[in-house]
Design a binder for this molecule. Structure first.
Ligand SMILES: Nc1ncnc2c1ncn2[C@@H]1O[C@H](COP(=O)(O)OP(=O)(O)OP(=O)(O)O)[C@@H](O)[C@H]1O
Ligand SMILES: [Mg+2]
Length: 509
C-alpha cells in the first residue's frame, strides 16, 4: 500500500521538473520536499539549499512564517486548491505580479501527502487588465461628456446606460433608468417598436443602422420633444447584444426655423402689398377720369329728358352704378394710401364708440352680445378720425358677418406703458379664417362672400389706412371658435411723425 503511494508520488515528483511554471513540493509541515529546475533557477537556489527546509526559512530566513495571507493552512484544512495574487519587486525594483497556486496531493486514504505550490507570472495579464480598465474609463468619460444624449439598452430593451446629456434630455437620473426602465418608456406608444423595425431593415442606412431621422421622444414630464435620432445595433459574434441611440434635441433649431419662416412670410406679405398698392393706385386713377365723364354725360342726358320719360329709370341705374364704382375707386385709393389725410390727436375709446354708432343698420347687433373692455383713462392716438372710423366699421362688419348675426363681440383697448403704443382688439366668435386664406385676406378683392355680398375691399382698405397712420393691423388669433384682429397705434408724439404725414406714397412719386 505504502509502496504504491510512494511510487505514485515519485512519479509525480519526477515529471514536475518539466513543468513550465516554477513549482515546489511541500510537506504538510511546510518543509520543502522538492523544487523543479525552473524554480531553482528563478530564485537562484541549489536543491540542497531548499530541500528539508521550511519555505519561510528559505525565503525569509525566519523561524516562523511572517506571511498573513498564505493559503497553506486553508489548503490543509479544506483539502482543495487555493490561489493568491501577490505583487513582488524584482531586484531592479520592477513591479511584477504573481499568482501562487496551491494544490493538494492526496494519498490513497484521502489525506494530504504534499502540497504543490506553483508560481505563475501574471504581470502581462495585469498590465493588460490595467490598460483595459483605463480604456474603459476613458470611453466612459467620453460617453459621459458627450453633448449628444446617448442611451444603450440590452436586446430585451432594458436600459444599460444613459449619459449625462441623456439624463438632461429625458429628465430621469441614469440610476432610475438603468434600474427600472425600458427604451419603450422613452417614446410615444408603439414608436420604439417602429424604430426597432427600421433598425433591422436594410432601407434606413443598412441592417443594424438607422441614419439620422426626426422622431419624438417623451420626457419624464410627459412632454413630447422633437429630436434627431441616430441608432445602431451592437453585435458580438454576429449576435445582437445591445442597441444604442444618439439623440440631438431639435427644439432650438425648429424654433429658429419657424422664426425665420415668419420673417420671410412677413417680408413676402409687405412686398406683395406694396406692389398691389402700386397697381391699385394706377387703376384707380385711370378709372376715375372716365367715371367722371360717364357721370357727367348721364346727368346731362337726365336733364334733357322729359319728366316721365321711360329712359329716366335707366339713367338712374347708370348713375347708381357709377357711384358704386366711385366708392370702389375711393377704397382702392385708401388702400393705396393715395388719399389726403387729416390727422389729429383723438381718443381711441371715443372713436370706437362713434364708429359703432355710425353703423347704419343697428339691428345687426340684435343677437350679438357686445362687450367693451376699455381702460378708465382715454387712450390718445394720432390718426385721421374718418379713416380710422372706416377701419373699425370694416372690422366690426366682418366680425358680424363671420358670426352670421349671432355671437359675442369683444372690443378691447389697452396701452403698453413701455412702448407707449395703444391697441384695439376686435374679437368675434365667428367661423374663423382658414390657413390658406390667412395670407390673402388683406389682398384687394379677396372675398369668401357670395357675389354681390362683399367686394373684398374692407380689409385691404383698412390695411392701407392703418399703415398710412403708421400703425399695424394683424390677425392675433383665429380658429373655428373665432377670430381676433389686432390694431396697433404708435405713440402720439412719435419722432418725425408730422413730416411723414404729408408725404406721398412711394408708388405715386
Ligand atoms: N372676422 C372675420 N372672421 C372670419 N373671416 C373673416 C373675418 N374678417 C375677414 N374675414 C375674411 O376675409 C375676407 C376679406 O375680408 P374683407 O373685409 O376684405 O372683404 P369682405 O368682407 O369679403 O368684403 P367687403 O368688406 O368688401 O364687403 C372675407 O371675405 C372673409 O373671408
Ligand atoms: Mg369686409
Amino acid at each position: 500500500m505504502m509502496d504504491t503511494m510512494l511510487t505514485e508520488v515519485d512519479w509525480r515528483a519526477s515529471v514536475f521538473d518539466s513543468l513550465s511554471f516554477p513549482t515546489l513540493i511541500l510537506k504538510p509541515d511546510k518543509t520543502i520536499q522538492s523544487a523543479n529546475r525552473i524554480y531553482l533557477e528563478k530564485y537562484g537556489l541549489t536543491m540542497d539549499q531548499a530541500v528539508n527546509k521550511t519555505c519561510y526559512q528559505v525565503f525569509y530566513g525566519t523561524d516562523r512564517c511572517p506571511e498573513n495571507n498564505c493559503p497553506f493552512a486553508r489548503v490543509l484544512l479544506e483539502k482543495k486548491g487555493h490561489t493568491i495574487t501577490r505583487r513582488v519587486f524584482t531586484h531592479t525594483q520592477k513591479q511584477r505580479w504573481e499568482d501562487r497556486v496551491f494544490s493538494p496531493i492526496l494519498n490513497e486514504s484521502g489525506e494530504i501527502a504534499y502540497i504543490m505550490e506553483s508560481v505563475r507570472d501574471i504581470t502581462r495579464l495585469k498590465i493588460l487588465e490595467r490598460a483595459l480598465k483605463e480604456t474603459k474609463e476613458f470611453l466612459e468619460k467620453l460617453i459621459q461628456s458627450s453633448p449628444m444624449a446617448i442611451v444603450v439598452a440590452d436586446r430585451y430593451g432594458h436600459i444599460l446606460l444613459m449619459n449625462h446629456a441623456a439624463e438632461n434630455l429625458f429628465g430621469y437620473p441614469a440610476e432610475t433608468a438603468t434600474r427600472h426602465m425600458r427604451v419603450e418608456d422613452l417614446y410615444p406608444p408603439e414608436a420604439a417598436a417602429g424604430i426597432m423595425k427600421m433598425l433591422k431593415s436594410e432601407a434606413f442606412g443598412g441592417i443594424g443602422k438607422l441614419a439620422a431621422m426626426k422622431v419624438e421622444i417623451i420626457d419624464s414630464k410627459g412632454e413630447e420633444i422633437p429630436v434627431e435620432l441616430t441608432a445602431s445595433i451592437l453585435y458580438e459574434d454576429d449576435e445582437e447584444i445591445a442597441t444604442m441611440g444618439i439623440y440631438n434635441d431639435l427644439r432650438e433649431q425648429l424654433a429658429a426655423e419657424s422664426r425665420l419662416k415668419t420673417v420671410v412670410a412677413q417680408l413676402y406679405q409687405s412686398e406683395k402689398m406694396a406692389s398691389m398698392g402700386r397697381l391699385a393706385a394706377g387703376v384707380a386713377h385711370e378709372i376715375n377720369n372716365p367715371l367722371t365723364g360717364v357721370l357727367f354725360y348721364a346727368r346731362l342726358m337726365q336733364e334733357k329728358l322729359e319728366s316721365g320719360d321711360p329712359n329716366q329709370e335707366n339713367i338712374d341705374f347708370i348713375i347708381e352704378d357709377v357711384n358704386r364704382c366711385s366708392e370702389i375707386v375711393k377704397n382702392l385709393l385708401a388702400y393705396a394710401r393715395a388719399t389726403n389725410q387729416r390727422k389729429g390727436r383723438t381718443g381711441l375709446n371715443a372713436l370706437v364708440e362713434q364708429s359703432l354708432a355710425l353703423i347704419r343698420d343697428q339691428s345687426l347687433f340684435r343677437n350679438i352680445q357686445l362687450v367693451k373692455e376699455f381702460p378708465a383713462d382715454e387712450l390718445m392716438i394720432h390718426a385721421d378720425r374718418n379713416q380710422m372710423s372706416q377701419v373699425i366699421i370694416n372690422l366690426v362688419m366682418n366680425a358680424i358677418e363671420a358670426m352670421e348675426g349671432s355671437g359675442r363681440l369683444v372690443l378691447r383697448t389697452y396701452a403698453d406703458d413701455r412702448s407707449r403704443r395703444s391697441f384695439l382688439e376686435i374679437a368675434d366668435t365667428g367661423s374663423g379664417i382658414s390657413k390658406d386664406n390667412l395670407s390673402k385676406i388683406f389682398d384687394p378683392f379677396f372675398t369668401t362672400k357670395a357675389a354681390g355680398k362683399g367686394t373684398g375691399l374692407g380689409l385691404s382698405t383698412s390695411y392701407g389706412i392703418i399703415r398710412e397712420n403708421r400703425g399695424n393691423i394683424s390677425v392675433k388669433s383665429t380658429s373655428p371658435a373665432g377670430t381676433t384682429f389686432l390694431l396697433e397705434f404708435p405713440p402720439t408724439n412719435a419722432p418725425n411723425g408730422e413730416n411723414e404725414d404729408e408725404s406721398t406714397p412711394e408708388w405715386l412719386t
